[in-house]
Every structure is written in C-alpha cells, then in structure tokens.
Design a protein around this ligand. Structure first.
Ligand code: FAD
Length: 310
C-alpha cells in the first residue's frame, strides 16, 4: 500500500491537523544532526493528537506499516538510509495539561526544559534537576532520564499512554510503581505504548530558589561543553559494577579525541561522542563499536549503549 493511501485511510476515521512531509530528513529532527530521510514524518497538532495517534497506531499495526515515535530526537541515531515507515513526531503536543494539589501533568511532546520553566513560573519545585536537558517529556519518561543524582522516576506519579489492547490502541493510565523502573530503565521500553503525558509530584517553593537551581544546572552543562557540538549526551550507561563512571574508564584508555569520519569522542568528556560537522550515523556507530571494543579488551567491562540506533 502506498503511504498516501494509508494516510487517506487514517483520515477517513479521524480528523487530522498538523504537518505531514514525505522523505523528511531525520537529521533535521535529531540533536546529533544525522539520519537519512523518513518515508513519512507526521507531527499532529495538540488538539487532534490523542485521537489521531490512536487511529494511526491501530491502523499501522493492522496494515503492517512500521511506526517510530519521535520525541526531541536527543537520544537517537537514525540510520543514514533513513526510516522506511512513518515517524510520529510528538512535538506538536506540548504544555501543562492539568494541575492538582501536589502534582502537574505535562503533554508528552513538551520540551523537557519548557516543562521546568512552566513549573518555575508557577512556583512548583521538583523539576529543577531537568533544566537544560534536551528532549521531550515523553522521551524522558521512556528513557527514565537521569541527572544530578535524580531520575525522572523519582518524581513520576503516573503516565497516560496509548497501549495496544484487543488490536486497538486505547488510552490507559499507568500508576507509578517503583519496581517497574530502574537506572535508565522504564516499563515502557518493553511495551508497545505511546506515552501521552506524565504527571509529576511538585511542591510549592520560592521561585528565586527554583530559578537559582535551574540556572546552576544549565550553567554546569554549558561549562562542561555539552552544547558545543551536536551529540546525544552520554553514549553508554553507567554501571555500579564498573566502580567508576564510564567516562572516566574511556578517559583512562586515552580515547578522548578518537575519531571516525566526522564523529569524535568529545575532547572534553569520554562518554560523549560529538558530530564535528560531517558525521554520519555510520561514523557514530563505528566509533561507538570501537570504544566499546577497546573498553572490553582492556578492562573486561561490556558497555551498554544508551543512545538508540534506529
Ligand atoms: C547535550 C545533551 C545532554 C544530555 N544529558 C542527559 C542527561 O543528563 N541525562 C539523561 O538521561 N539523558 C541526557 N541526554 C539524552 C536525552 O536528552 C534524554 O534521553 C531525553 O530523555 C531523550 O528524550 P527525547 O524526547 O529526545 O527522546 P528521543 O530521542 O526522541 O527518543 C528516545 C526513545 O524514546 C522513545 N519515545 C520518545 N517519546 C516517546 C513517547 N511519547 N512515547 C513513547 N516512546 C517515546 C523513542 O521512540 C525512542 O525509543 C542528553 C542529550 C543531549 C543532546
């Protein structure tokens, strides 16, 4: 079936508002600035997002059309050959959806930093640790993103998802259960779900203190050079069993500055690979494999990539 026919079929069952593009370069939607064209890229508007996504996912599954859910593209490396299927971009679905005493819900496509800003403007403390992190709320929940000794799961109250049930994607609320989450692990990584929104615990706090903490984190990331080149942050997951951060292990092997094509182990951090200008997904993958192999040979530790090769 041609994609235009498939989308027509979807449109017959629900209303669409938003943007659709064919052969859309994914390099325009990833923080690494790599990735070939997606057959179709769709970004539904906020007002139709939930209904449209439910129909799109249901029909795609029934008709065998591959779908990939894209948040902020801050943790993925799409192939240079692109993606044969439909990219569902959550970026049009953003903002604070609901507030209750002690909690606030954000739409999945909200940029992480924006959610922090909204919270700060309403004097809700609790999300300061996320300031300056690229990506979306949906992606942060999916990845159980972590920084400054805090994981997204430390603040999560519940997640609204679309999940496959009896051949149809239906809306469900998934209450937070501590045992479902781990270091950079969420239950959604092993379920066929689209995260629609996430409810976080927040508490009233003086706005000057919230701002001070957020600014400190942003400044810290800037000082560490995180925004200097396109990247996807840490390449490998840390592991307590290694006894030290992965970045330190890579540094000690003298791998900073190692490059393959336009991809380079950041001169300022062993666990970050950067795009120095002309990197391809292939360069990033080769360099990732090479670093992994060097660490395995020299230390016996097997590194687990955190970045997702699509
Ligand atoms: C400069 C820099 C610094 C970073 N620092 C950190 C850090 O300190 N800590 C950290 O943990 N990460 C860090 N990252 C990585 C990245 O910011 C996080 O992993 C972020 O949570 C990814 O969100 P995203 O929306 O960009 O996800 P994407 O890259 O778009 O997607 C990642 C995965 O999540 C899935 N996904 C996304 N949205 C949804 C949804 N709504 N429903 C279901 N699945 C979804 C995708 O299908 C994909 O499998 C950094 C990245 C950069 C570039």
């Amino acid at each position: 079936m041609r994609y235009s026919d498939f989308l027509k079929h979807v449109d017959e069952q629900t209303r669409f508002k938003g943007i659709v593009r064919y052969d859309e370069p994914l390099s325009a939607h990833t923080t690494f600035k790599v990735g070939g064209p997606a057959d179709v890229w769709i970004r539904p508007s906020a007002d139709v997002f939930q209904d449209y996504a439910a129909v799109l996912l249901t029909l795609a599954r029934a008709e065998g059309v591959p779908i990939f859910i894209l948040g902020g593209g801050a943790n993925i490396v799409p192939s240079d050959a692109g993606f044969q299927g439909v990219i569902l971009d959550t970026g049009g679905y953003r903002g604070c959806l609901a507030v209750e005493p002690g909690s606030a819900s954000f739409a999945a496509g909200s940029p992480i930093d924006m959610a922090g800003e909204i919270a700060a403007s309403r004097r809700w403390g609790g999300l300061e640790f996320l300031a300056g992190m690229p990506g979306s709320i949906g992606g942060a929940v999916y990845m159980n993103a972590r920084c400054y000794e805090t994981s997204v799961s430390d603040r999560l109250v519940e997640t609204a998802v679309l999940e496959l049930d009896d051949s149809v994607f239906q809306k469900k609320t998934v209450p937070f259960r501590e045992t479902d989450f781990g270091y950079k692990k969420s239950p959604f990584q092993s379920r066929q779900v689209l995260i629609l929104s996430a409810k976080f615990a927040v508490c009233q706090r003086e706005s000057a203190l919230i701002r001070e903490e957020m600014d400190m984190h942003r400044k810290d990331r800037e000082t560490k050079g995180q925004y200097r080149f396109p990247s996807a942050g840490s390449v490998f997951k840390n592991n307590r069993a290694f006894g030290k951060p992965v970045g330190k292990i890579i540094d000690e092997l003298g791998l900073r500055g190692l490059s393959r094509g336009g991809a380079m182990v950041a001169p300022f951090h062993g666990n970050i690979i950067v795009n120095t200008g002309a990197a391809t997904a292939d360069h990033i993958r080769s360099l990732t494999d090479e670093v992994r192999e060097a660490v395995r040979e020299n230390t016996g530790f097997v590194l687990e990539p955190e970045i997702i090769f699509l």
